[in-house]
Design a protein. Structure first.
Length: 287
C-alpha cells in the first residue's frame, strides 16, 4: 500500500494520477486528507481515503497501519512544518512503514544566514530526522516550480517590462508535474532506498532569459530591469501590492546565486529531459 499525504494539494493529486498511469492499482493507493469532501474525485477513482491530521498523532499512526511506502509531501504551514513532519515520521516508525519518500527543497546553503532559511530550515531538520530514524528513506529536493514564472512576471506583456530584483542570478526551475511524475516513479519502483534526488532542470535560467524568450514568442519587446531591494519594495508599496517577505527572499536569493542548481536526476527518473523554459513559455503565450 502506498500512502500519499497532502493528497488534495497540487503535488499530491498529480503524483496519484501518475501512479495510476504507471499501472499501480487504485486499491493499492491511499490518500491522507483532513477534509474528505475535498477528495471526492480521488474516491471516485477508487483511491482509499484516510482521515488524518498532523496535529493528531494517533490519527497518523492509524493512517500508516499496513502502509509499505509513504509519500510525505512537505506542508505549507511554515511555522509548524517541522513539528508536523516530525509527528508523521514518528507515526511511520510506530506503524512499521517500510519506506518514506519526502519532498524536501532544493538548496545550496544550510545555515540561518541564507535568505531561503525560512523555507529550508524545516526541510533540513526533516532530512536529518529521516537519516537518523532507521527508516528506509528517499529525499526528493524539489526546486522552484517553473509554473510560478507567470505569477512572478505579472502583467509583463502589458507593461513591456519584467521588474524583479533577481540580478543576473539563474535558477534550475522545472515543471511541478514532472517532479510529481518522478516522485511516482520512485514510489512505483525499487532501488531508491536512502538516496537523495535533486529535482531541478538540466540547465538554469534567469529573468533576462524570460524577457528574451517572451519577446521572441509574442513579437512584443520585453525589457528586464533588476532594481535594488529598496526600489523594488518601494515600487510594490506605491502600486499597493503586498508580496510576502518569504517570496521577496526567493527573488533576492536568486540574485545571490542560491538557486543556480542543475541536475540530471529528473532525466534518470523520467527517461527524458524535463521541459525547458522557452517551450513552456510558448505553450502559455504563443497566440
Amino acid at each position: 500500500m502506498i500512502l500519499v499525504t497532502g493528497a488534495t494539494g497540487h503535488f499530491g493529486r498529480l503524483t496519484i494520477d501518475f501512479l495510476l498511469q504507471k499501472g499501480v492499482e487504485a486499491n493499492q493507493i491511499a490518500a491522507l486528507v483532513r477534509s474528505p469532501e475535498k477528495a471526492t474525485d480521488l474516491q471516485a477513482k477508487g483511491i482509499h481515503i484516510i482521515m488524518g491530521n498532523y496535529d493528531e498523532y494517533d490519527s497518523l499512526v492509524r493512517a500508516c497501519r499496513g502502509v509499505d511506502k509513504l509519500l510525505l509531501v512537505s506542508g505549507n504551514d511554515l511555522s509548524n512544518r517541522f513539528s508536523h513532519h516530525e509527528n508523521m515520521i514518528k507515526a511511520t516508525m510506530e506503524a512499521n512503514v517500510k519506506h518514506v519518500i519526502y519532498t524536501s527543497g532544493a538548496h545550496k546553503a544550510e545555515n540561518s544566514t541564507s535568505l531561503l532559511w525560512l523555507f529550508v530550515e524545516a526541510h533540513i531538520k526533516t532530512e536529518r530526522l529521516l537519516e537518523t530514524s532507521g527508516l528506509s528513506y528517499t529525499i526528493l529536493r524539489n526546486g522552484l516550480y517553473m509554473d510560478l514564472v507567470p505569477a512572478f512576471i505579472g502583467n509583463a506583456l502589458e507593461t513591456g517590462m519584467i521588474y524583479l530584483p533577481t540580478g543576473e542570478g539563474k535558477i534550475g526551475m522545472a515543471l511541478r508535474s514532472e517532479m510529481a511524475e518522478a516522485a511516482a516513479t520512485v514510489l512505483a519502483s525499487d532501488g531508491h532506498e536512502n538516496k537523495i534526488y535533486t529535482f531541478v532542470n538540466t540547465e538554469t535560467f534567469g529573468y533576462q532569459n524570460v524577457a528574451t524568450y517572451l519577446s521572441e514568442i509574442t513579437g512584443k519587446p520585453i525589457q528586464y530591469i533588476s532594481p535594488t531591494k529598496e526600489k523594488f519594495m518601494a515600487t510594490l508599496s506605491t502600486a499597493g501590492i503586498h508580496m510576502p517577505q518569504e517570496y521577496v527572499n526567493i527573488l533576492l536569493a536568486q540574485a545571490q546565486g542560491e538557486g543556480d542548481l542543475a541536475s540530471e536526476d529528473l532525466v534518470k527518473l523520467l527517461g527524458r529531459k524535463p521541459m525547458s523554459l522557452k517551450p513552456f513559455l510558448e505553450q502559455l503565450y504563443q497566440s
